[in-house]
Write a protein of this length. Structure first.
Length: 135
């Protein structure tokens, strides 16, 4: 079961949590951009690229808009809950989903490997317990 990822390895949870901010910034930046039809809108895009305003309160939101979904994913990352962060990221659509796709793929692989290792450990401990060999 681990052979497909054995050659390439996986990103650790710690690395995924660190990488998340980069993807969040890209997605939020993309949401704030307007079509550059005038010099004013181009300048506005540059300014918006320098400043990102987002909520920092702890309450998750229930709305299904992109900013709310990203805010809930950010909260999950801050709580160090990779599966909940991934669950929220999977709700994204369109360009935001495309931006988060590499992170999402890495998180899925990480969680799959964690499940496989947990299952293997449970089986090994069950076998040790069943045979009475506790060395």
């Amino acid at each position: 079961k681990l052979k497909p990822v054995a050659n390439d390895g996986i990103k650790s949870e710690r690395q995924l949590f660190q990488d998340f901010n980069e993807y969040e910034q890209k997605a939020i930046y993309d949401l704030t951009q307007v079509a550059e039809t005038t010099w004013y809108k181009a300048a506005l895009n540059k300014i918006r690229g320098l400043v990102v305003i987002r909520r920092i309160d702890a309450a998750p939101t229930i709305a299904d808009d992109t900013k709310s979904i990203i805010a809930n994913a950010v909260k999950a990352v801050e709580d160090r809950n990779l599966s909940l962060a991934l669950e929220n990221v999977r709700k994204l659509k369109g360009k935001s989903a495309d931006i988060f796709e590499p992170w999402s793929n890495s998180a899925e692989v990480n969680l799959s490997v964690q499940d496989i290792l947990s299952e293997a450990l449970t089986m090994a401990l069950g076998q040790i317990y069943a045979t009475g060999d506790e060395k």
